[in-house]
Write a protein that binds this ligand. Structure first.
Ligand SMILES: NC(=O)c1ccc[n+]([C@@H]2O[C@H](COP(=O)([O-])OP(=O)(O)OC[C@H]3O[C@@H](n4cnc5c(N)ncnc54)[C@H](O)[C@@H]3O)[C@@H](O)[C@H]2O)c1
Length: 271
């Protein structure tokens, strides 16, 4: 069902890898809600070819860009503004990757070259995206910029490894750049702290099944799915949330405020 919440709005959606991706669901619902947008992902992610299906379904153009490359980002923003016919109303940064997580390196034995790479991809790229848009004056007044985070930025989840630190940095960038965007153009910048979700990035974390089961039991509303997350993203891109900025917004079925739940107790009380 469409309420036309994004009618006439233009944007860029980073990070749709396959149909499980949070960004994929955002693109589908943004399209239903009347938005036009450019889809982008790292050139290596294009090889799978899945994103073509999404582009056809949503009438979007695809512009490959490594989110750590300023050159790629400049090309992306210029092409998006040209193709869509003017500055943008929304940007979704839905990107995460840790080489240490991928290669199973323990937090007490990190490879710092890999740490730097993961930090650049998962956190600094958010700054690069916003700085590129800033310099090209590519955002419209009252636009909305969002990135996705996880509660390991606030609380310790040992297997989340160096991604926890990357997410803390990402959330800080949202606050710091959010100030400047607000003053300059009334553009808001937020992060959504999402429940564990079965996607390529999510499932790469060691012990993910335990993680997701634990969160499901602890959350009064249960885990938020990728589709739930996409719906929330749409509200934050809409004109109904214009004064929400510089926030880390929990979208987790209540997990972030729970101490213990009956369902978790049941599990831990088992002999
Ligand atoms: N899945 C979860 O449990 C969960 C929970 C909270 C937050 N998040 C966050 O949600 C976001 C989206 O992840 P997802 O779960 O949909 O997984 P996903 O694997 O579908 O998406 C991650 C995306 O990052 C892209 N990417 C990696 N390196 C890149 C680069 N250099 N340039 C451009 N893009 C690059 C990948 O190609 C992929 O499309 C990430 O920020 C992730 O950390 C995920």
């Amino acid at each position: 069902m469409s309420n036309h919440l994004l009618q006439g709005k233009k944007g860029i959606i980073f990070g749709a890898l396959d149909e499980n991706s949070i960004a994929w669901k955002v693109a589908e619902i943004a399209h239903e809600q009347g938005a036009t947008f450019v889809l982008t992902n790292a050139p290596v992610a294009m090889r799978m070819g899945e994103i073509q299906k999404l582009a056809e379904k949503t009438g979007a153009q695809i512009v490959p860009a490594d989110a750590t490359s300023i050159e790629d980002l400049e090309n992306l923003f210029k092409t998006a503004v040209d193709t869509l016919g003017g500055p943008l109303d929304f940007v979704l940064h839905s990107i995460g990757m840790s080489v240490n997580v991928r290669k199973g390196k323990h937090y007490t034995d990190l490879n710092y070259d890999w740490l730097a790479k993961g930090w650049d991809v998962s956190a600094v790229s958010f700054h690069k995206v916003m700085q590129t848009a800033w310099k090209l004056d590519a955002m419209n007044e009252w636009g909305s910029i969002l990135a996705l985070s996880y509660i390991a930025a606030q609380r310790t989840f040992p297997d989340y490894n160096d991604m926890a630190d990357n997410k803390a940095y990402l959330e800080s960038i949202a606050r710091s750049f959010g100030y400047h965007w607000g003053v300059k153009k009334n553009v808001r910048v937020n992060t959504i702290s999402q429940s564990p979700t079965r996607t390529t990035a999510g499932s790469g974390v060691k012990g993910f099944d335990g993680f997701i089961d634990y969160a499901e039991r602890m959350s009064p509303l249960g885990n938020a799915t990728a589709e739930d997350c996409a719906n929330y993203v749409i509200t934050l891109f809409s004109d109904l949330t214009r004064k929400v900025t510089m926030q880390n917004l929990y979208h987790d079925g209540g997990f972030s405020n729970i101490g213990i739940s009956d369902l978790a107790m049941e599990k831990f009380s088992q002999e």
